[in-house]
Design a protein around this ligand. Structure first.
Ligand code: GLU
Length: 449
């Protein structure tokens, strides 16, 4: 079922799989990039000579540490913390922290690997990294979250710095957690080093529009893909999975651009609201009260809650997976295409399985892979770093305009690269190749390190 690799890249893939046993998500992410790189090696033999692919697949540094903390009952709890500093060819390691019980080294490595190419595509001076913990924030009190973040930072701070490694949020890590992490970093180092974390609060170094950036950026990317096809978001029916930060602001921008979102979800179930999702309610339930999406139906009698439902069974023209990896499988992709889906913009990282990606590419719908479509979050993190370095703070409008320009640029780069390599409109190929070439050129320039 998987795309055939040439002999050389197949050997590289086999070596990565053997050296990183059991890390299936990492293998998947590597394979997807390798599938795009055959024509690049043919065009740039120096990349093969210098073993750029082999080097890119091996993280520069991997840190795994114990995170001990005490819960509200006084019981000692132990979690595992990770930071994978994958590639610093283009700038300090940059990428979020994920707190979720499913986290293990393979998840952090897949995310860190994707981050290298995503960050390269933004055109900003940032390398790739990722971190997190198997800590489950669900059901934890505010003080438990704080104690965990403080313990996590006591170890992590050794490896960070505004010119070294700059974490941010991801699943389970939002403004509150970044606040506790920043406070602890400041206390340990006795430095107000704004640029060491992004996603900070407004008023202490955060950037306006950072919260909105991933969701907004994904919608800007969708808008650009549709423009190529002489189409627009106006009047389109959309389904957005998830109800976290990415989903919420994807819904907001879709509504602003005249589309209608009829469904969203969380890990327990799906809300279908034909009239259009009431975003103010979702924001209140999720951002303020930290409740489950099921509660939405108690406020809207005409909305339907489908416990453990499959959101991709709901017919739509535009799908925006914004929950987590591998949430759309081959069967889901087929259902989407059959139901008339014409575009997919990935707000999450690697939300579509390789089988699903193949269905979208074969059907020739507009498919925007995460590493291009969701790059708005990290791009705006880089804008936050710029503001911190200049001790400046920009207006929302100015920052959003920059974000829009960056997303439009990423789309153009991915599209033009897909054309150059004879697969016009294949954004998987375009994004992988464009991101890879940028990193590879820098690695060649830096010598064998
Ligand atoms: N976690 C986000 C991502 O997947 C953002 C990372 C950042 O802002 O550094 O790109």
């Amino acid at each position: 079922m998987a795309v055939q690799l040439d002999e050389r890249t197949e050997a590289i893939y086999q070596q990565v799989a053997a050296r990183n046993p059991g890390e299936s998500e990492f293998h998947q992410a590597v394979r997807e990039v390798l599938e795009s790189l055959g024509p690049v090696l043919a065009k740039y033999p120096e990349f093969a000579e210098r073993k750029i692919i082999e080097r890119i697949c091996e993280p520069e540094r991997q840190i795994i540490f114990r995170v001990p903390w005490q819960d509200d009952k006084g019981t000692v709890q132990i979690n595992r913390g990770f930071r994978v500093q994958f590639n610093s060819a283009l700038g300090p390691y940059k990428g979020g922290l994920r707190f979720h019980p499913s986290v293990y080294l393979g998840i952090i490595k897949f995310l860190g690997f994707e981050q290298i190419f995503k960050n390269a595509l933004t055109g900003m001076p940032i390398g790739g990294g990722k971190g997190g913990s198997d800590f489950d924030p669900k059901g934890k009190s505010d003080s438990e979250i704080m104690r965990f973040c403080q313990s996590f930072m006591i170890e992590l701070h050794h490896y960070l710095g505004e010119h070294t490694d700059v974490p941010a949020g991801d699943i389970g890590v939002g403004g509150r957690e970044i606040g506790y992490l920043f406070g602890q970093y400041k206390r340990i180092t006795n430095r107000f080093e704004s640029g060491v974390l992004t996603g900070k609060g407004i008023g202490w170094g955060g950037s306006l529009a950072r919260t909105e950036a991933t969701g907004y950026g994904t919608v800007f990317f969708l808008r650009e893909m549709l423009k190529v096809r002489k189409d627009s978001l106006e009047g389109k029916t959309c389904v957005v999975s998830g109800s976290g930060n990415v989903a919420i602001y994807a819904i907001e921008k879709l509504h602003e651009l005249g589309a209608k979102v009829v469904a969203c979800s969380d890990s327990n179930g799906v809300i279908f609201h034909e009239k259009g999702i009431d975003l103010d309610l979702v924001k209140r339930l999720k951002e303020v009260e930290r409740r489950r999406i099921a509660d939405y139906a108690t406020y809207h009698k005409d909305a339907k809650y489908i416990a453990s439902g499959n959101i991709w069974d709901i017919p739509c023209q535009i799908a925006v997976p914004s929950a987590t990896q591998n949430e759309i499988n081959g069967k889901d992709a087929k259902t989407l295409v059959k139901n008339g889906c014409i575009a997919v913009g990935e707000g999450a990282n690697m939300p579509t399985t390789p089988e699903g990606v193949k269905v979208f590419l074969d059907a020739k719908i507009a498919y925007g892979p995460g590493k291009a479509a969701n790059a708005g979050g990290v791009a705006t993190s880089a804008l936050e770093m710029q503001q911190n370095a200049g001790r400046d703070s920009w207006t929302f409008e100015f920052t959003e305009k920059k974000l829009d320009g960056i997303m439009t640029g990423i789309h153009a780069t991915a599209y033009e690269t897909s054309e150059e390599f004879g697969a016009a409109g294949n954004y998987v190929l375009g994004a992988n190749i464009a991101g890879f070439i940028k990193v590879a050129r820098a690695m060649v320039a830096h010598g064998l390190i």
